[in-house]
Design a binder for this molecule. Structure first.
Ligand code: SF4
Length: 479
């Protein structure tokens, strides 16, 4: 449940694409995309957009807000075409402008293209400067516009060949869904950092950031897009161009811990199952004595259930989340701000009063939310509050498409475990070990990125990317 409680860790986008082999033009592709984006809403709440192709031209509608705020039923019904791409973008304050909303639609030498992107380029500054030197102009701060300009530069080639050439130029994390008037194309970076999968329903094909979106539109999961693969879906079927796969993958481990929906399967791993396993591992590592285990909902729930299962300590719903706080939430008054997290979470007094509580959360970012929750539990009468975190301490920022707090704001980068415990006011604090994180994961440690925990970045972070990240903390334009 990336939206909401955890200030400082936000996924940066969700992408969806559909290619229907219907003979008659309808709004079915737009409707499927609408539902797909609904399922991916947790990946971004700032803006939403759908582009459709009717075989001759591409039409686009995008706006600021949740999918349900941007699209009325009439709007979706009016988007006619059998190919569509959709995009949801994350929420932040500095760059809340429709200019950064996607898909981007542009016309180049070979026709119209719509492009939706999830990820972040680490050589964006150099590429932008190079392109500007040769006359490119940019409307936004978005990395996606760099890809658009590169496609235009290779405009003599078929789009899929232009994308392969782009892949040689760009470095970083990217899952792209691209549409021409008659094709749908998916592309994943050579280390497959961000997720992208292929689904099918009869003759129709789908691309989605997470498999939960395929389930929502009644499509079957076919497979994950391979590292460095360009997959082309057109009237002749599905064709693949395997290009720059590197020797190792670097799937983002934070997708499994926090970002993705628990019902998604990413690169062969069920997110809910993984969270249960790390919860069990956490129980083995901490071996705490308590009366109940509770979760910080929703992202801590699977791990808390695993913890309870392994420890034999009863699981209780100790905190209830208000699920109806959206982007348009009215700015709280000072009094309500002082209540802080209570707007989103409330303790169940009967469950926690007089109990020694183990509270399981997926991670601690700045520590301010954890501190408020611990305090709330104490006020509700908890005799003890032990905090168990289903990941190691987060000590580094992400440069691959997750909008993280600045390193200086990550509490574990500034204090040792005892310092964090004191800050949040818990009776004890326990993090999952790095070994525990990998032990529960199918596949070897080298196939994941865990840089926010160990600082080992699979793609070197260039100085300019670092500087850009600092600058964009207040003016994010990436996706
Ligand atoms: Fe994921 Fe962290 Fe790596 Fe970013 S640094 S890709 S959030 S594991």
């Amino acid at each position: 449940m990336p939206n909401g409680l955890k200030k400082g860790w936000r996924d940066e986008c969700g992408v969806f694409g559909v290619f229907l082999r219907n003979s008659a033009i309808s709004n079915e592709a737009a409707r499927d995309t609408y539902y797909g984006m609904y399922a991916l809403q947790h990946r971004g709440q700032e803006s939403a957009g759908i582009a459709v192709s009717d075989g001759r031209e591409i039409n686009l509608y995008k706006g600021m807000g949740l999918v349900s705020e941007v699209f009325t039923p009439e709007l979706v019904q009016g988007l006619m075409g059998n190919i569509a791409v959709g995009h949801v973008r994350y929420s932040t304050t500095g760059s809340s402008h429709v200019i950064n909303a996607q898909p981007l639609v542009f016309r180049y030498l070979r026709g119209m293209v719509a492009l939706a992107h999830n990820g972040n380029l680490v050589n964006a500054v150099q590429l932008r400067n190079q392109l500007a030197t040769f006359g490119s102009v940019f409307q936004s701060t978005s990395d996606t516009e760099i890809i658009v300009n590169l496609i235009a530069r290779y405009g003599q080639d078929r789009l899929e060949d232009a994308l392969v050439k782009c892949m040689l130029d760009i470095k970083g994390a990217y899952s792209l869904v691209v549409m021409t008037e008659d094709k749908l194309i998916g592309m994943r970076d050579p280390m497959a950092i961000r997720p992208l999968c292929l689904g099918a329903s009869g003759d129709n094909h789908f691309l989605a950031s997470e498999s939960c979106a395929l389930d929502t539109v009644g499509a079957k999961f076919v497979r994950d897009i391979r590292p460095g693969e360009v997959v082309v879906i057109d009237k002749d079927g599905v064709n693949s161009i395997n290009t720059l796969a590197t020797e190792r993958t670097a799937h983002c481990i934070f997708e499994y811990i926090y970002l993705a929906r628990p019902d998604s399967v990413i690169d062969g791993i069920n997110v809910n199952r993984y969270r249960r396993l790390i919860g069990k591992q956490l129980a083995r590592e901490t071996n705490l004595d308590a009366d109940i285990v509770i979760a910080v909902p929703d992202s801590g729930t699977s791990a808390a259930l695993g913890y309870a299962e392994e420890s034999g300590i009863r699981y209780e719903e100790g905190l209830i989340k208000n699920r109806y706080i959206g982007r348009t939430f009215i700015q709280p008054t000072q009094k309500m701000r002082d209540l802080g997290v209570r707007l989103k979470l409330n303790p169940v007094v009967e469950a926690v009063n007089g109990k020694r509580v183990i509270m399981v959360d997926d991670s601690i970012v700045r520590g301010t939310t954890s501190k408020q929750i611990v305090n709330m539990l104490r006020e509700a009468g908890a005799a003890k509050v032990h905090m168990a975190v289903a990941s190691p301490p987060t000590i580094q920022s992400c440069y691959y498409g997750i909008d993280t707090s600045h390193r200086d704001e990550l509490i574990a980068a500034q204090m040792d475990v005892e310092g964090v415990r004191k800050f949040i006011g818990a009776d004890s604090l326990h993090y999952l070990s790095m070994e525990g994180l990998y032990k529960s994961m199918k596949g070897d440690a080298a196939s994941f990125c865990a840089a926010c925990f160990d600082g080992s970045y699979p793609i070197p972070i260039e100085e300019s990317a670092y500087m850009n990240h600092e600058k964009l903390q207040h003016l994010r334009g990436g996706c």
